[in-house]
Design a protein around this ligand. Structure first.
Ligand SMILES: Nc1nc2c(ncn2[C@@H]2O[C@H](COP(=O)(O)OP(=O)(O)OP(=O)(O)O)[C@@H](O)[C@H]2O)c(=O)[nH]1
Length: 605
């Protein structure tokens, strides 16, 4: 069956975090009457992971196909991709952009243009997308539409005549936006007769159907029954199911050039599927694969271990399946003296790490431990060797090290002028060096800093938000390495080093960091039947020490009398808690302790 692809429009919604992408996607879906009715309490339709709903943020890009009958009387097929806004997930945005011809760039009418608005615009322009500027939240009393129009023209260099004003909350302006999409975004180019080329931009695992591949057909047609090849892995399968995304998967039997949809091919070996790979047909193969995506560069590394060492195989399966749905997760096998076998993983930021932790625990029901996250250092050895080290445990003896270098970022902060002072203080505290300060207009300043990545990872973002009451925004890119004075700090619990808690730190920060970690561990490790000494050591020198006194926790002490049922419940609860403990020597360390020691040091500075 042939299809009129001139009626197809592929576009994504991009914006700074919280400017209303998911809310706008909801309005589109509602207007298209795909059959959902939404209770007032339910949050975004496309944010279907629990973590997304709870945190109110989009983590995954989601595609949906919506029919729209335009004023010209024709029914168009709109493929919309909702994207995340947080800087850790910009890889998701870049992949969504590759499957579209156009982008709606949302600007919150009360906040104006922010750091990720600009970063996302660059990405869209790089991929030659038609960008429609959209001012959202015009219903707010604090909306300043003239200022937004000025910024769209002045900061973004976009056409204000093309700008559509909407309220994703009330639905005002959404019809105009539909018309603008149909008129201004080009239909896809290609041909049904050409050999099949479909770009894999995502995938997920379904317990019944196996791997579901998300793809954009660039050339040709894919039909149920066709033999296909994944060009990178050179693995061939037969297509069992083909369809589009609506509020679930809807079978269509075929996808034509320009379409966005999914296919199922009974894939048994998960590693055959690679995001960025091209699907082609076995009988009429394309000559070459599509360009695919840039390789992801993780910036923070940490190891994951199962709390119960018997769960290693399950953890292996879980990570493999998670990788299907999170192409930016990088991992390899690892082992530790205290924790047994696990995986060394690379993440795009701390939020990404937290999301992976939560997804493994929730979607696969596994208890896991993360080791201290670290950036990747370049270590120049006295013997001339150059090593890349991201694991404190593999850091060489200080005697053998000539010098070390750490990764630096170029950070762009956009802030209202009144917060400039405290932000400069924060950046200096984080060893930042100012390289630029531009007044965007009377009210807003852009600050540019060179800063060590390691300083930014842990709590920079939260502190920036709190000192600017949420108004400052931040974006960064890694831009090289600089010489640093690095030491390895070990944490000893009753004299035993806990390798999972070792960290590489800047010497100037090491005393403070040591004190912080020790005092935080005191709050995390429950009292046990004996005294526990917690020490931070650099080389042979102890830089900090804390003690946890002995105590036997009797959780049933509060239950006077004979309510045996209640006693049992409490004991069960305690047992459940123990499952999440890790033995180090003779000390039980709860899983939470491993992550808690790395959390924001706001309170102590
Ligand atoms: N008043 C008003 N609030 C809106 C409008 N659109 C979105 N919001 C609110 O703004 C907040 C953020 O909206 P989201 O749709 O989650 O933003 P997002 O851009 O998808 O966020 P991320 O995916 O996390 O980047 C929510 O509390 C919405 O209810 C609007 O038009 N008017």
């Amino acid at each position: 069956m042939s299809k009129d692809s001139s009626l197809t429009r592929n576009f994504c919604i991009i914006a700074h975090i919280d400017h209303g992408k998911s809310t706008l996607a909801d309005r589109f879906i509602e207007k298209a009457k795909l059959g959902v009715t939404r209770g007032p309490a339910q949050s975004q339709i496309l944010d279907n992971m629990d973590i997304e709903r709870e945190r109110g943020i989009t983590i995954k890009s989601q595609a949906v196909t919506i029919p729209y009958t335009a004023k010209d009387g024709k029914t168009y097929e709109l493929n919309l991709v909702d994207t995340p806004g947080h800087v850790d997930f910009s890889y998701e945005v870049s992949r969504a952009i590759s499957s579209c011809e156009g982008a709606l760039l949302l600007v919150d009418a009360s906040q104006g243009v922010e750091a990720q608005t600009i970063a996302n615009l660059y990405m869209a322009v790089e991929h030659n997308l038609t960008v429609i500027p959209v001012i959202n939240k015009i219903d707010l009393a604090s909306a300043d539409i003239p200022a937004c129009l000025h910024q769209i023209d002045h900061d973004l260099g976009l056409d204000t005549d093309l700008t559509v004003q909407v309220s994703a909350k009330t639905g005002v302006g959404v019809d105009e936006l539909f018309e603008s999409i149909v008129t201004n975004i080009e239909p896809p180019q290609g041909s049904d007769a050409a050999p099949l080329q479909a770009l894999i931009f995502d995938s997920h695992y379904d317990a019944y159907r196996g791997v579901i591949v998300h793809c954009r057909v660039v050339e040709g047609v894919m039909k149920v029954g066709d033999e296909i090849t994944f060009m990178h892995s050179d693995a061939s399968y037969k297509l069992e199911e083909v369809g589009i995304f609506q509020l679930g998967l809807v079978k269509t039997g075929e996808l034509h050039y320009g379409d966005v949809g999914y296919c199922v091919a009974g894939v048994k070996t998960i590693s055959d599927i690679r995001v960025g790979d091209t699907i082609t047909s076995v009988i009429n193969p394309a000559k070459s694969p599509l360009p695919g995506f840039k390789d992801v560069k993780p910036v923070v590394f940490s190891s994951i271990y199962p709390v119960d060492t018997n769960d290693y195989e399950e953890l292996n399966d879980a990570i493999e399946r998670l990788k299907l749905n999170d192409a930016s997760l990088i991992y390899e096998k690892d082992s530790s003296a205290a924790l047994g076998f696990g995986f060394r993983c690379g993440f795009l930021g701390m939020l990404h790490l937290e999301v992976v932790q939560e997804r493994i625990e929730r979607e696969f029901n596994l208890s896991i431990v993360f080791t201290s996250p670290s950036v990747s250092y370049i270590v120049h050895m006295r013997n001339g060797d150059v090593l890349h080290i991201d694991n404190p445990l593999t850091y060489p003896e200080p005697m053998q090290v000539e010098y070390a270098e750490e990764p630096y970022i170029r950070a762009n902060v956009i802030t209202p002028t009144q917060y400039v002072g405290p932000i400069i203080t924060l950046c200096m505290e984080k060893r930042g060096v100012q390289t630029g300060m531009n007044y965007l207009d009377e009210k807003r300043v852009e600050l540019v800093y060179d800063m060590p990545l390691a300083e930014v990872l842990f709590d920079f973002y939260d502190r920036l938000k709190s000192i600017s009451r949420g108004y400052a925004s931040f974006d960064y890119e890694v831009n090289g390495y600089k010489k640093t004075d690095l030491v390895r700090m070990d944490i000893l619990v009753n004299g035993e080093p806990v390798d999972a808690l070792s960290q590489l730190v800047f010497r100037g920060n090491s005393q403070k960091r040591g004190r912080q970690v020790c005092s935080r561990l005191v709050g995390e490790i429950p009292r046990q039947q004996f005294k526990i000494a917690i020490q931070a050591a650099i080389g042979g020198t102890i830089v900090s020490r804390e003690t946890i006194n002995a105590y036997r926790k009797d959780v049933t002490a509060k239950c006077y009398g004979g309510d045996i049922g209640r006693k049992r419940k409490l004991l069960d609860k305690q047992k459940e808690g123990k499952k999440r403990m890790k033995m180090v020597g003779n000390v039980e360390i709860p899983q939470g302790a491993f992550l808690a020691v790395l959390k924001s040091d706001e309170t102590s500075s």
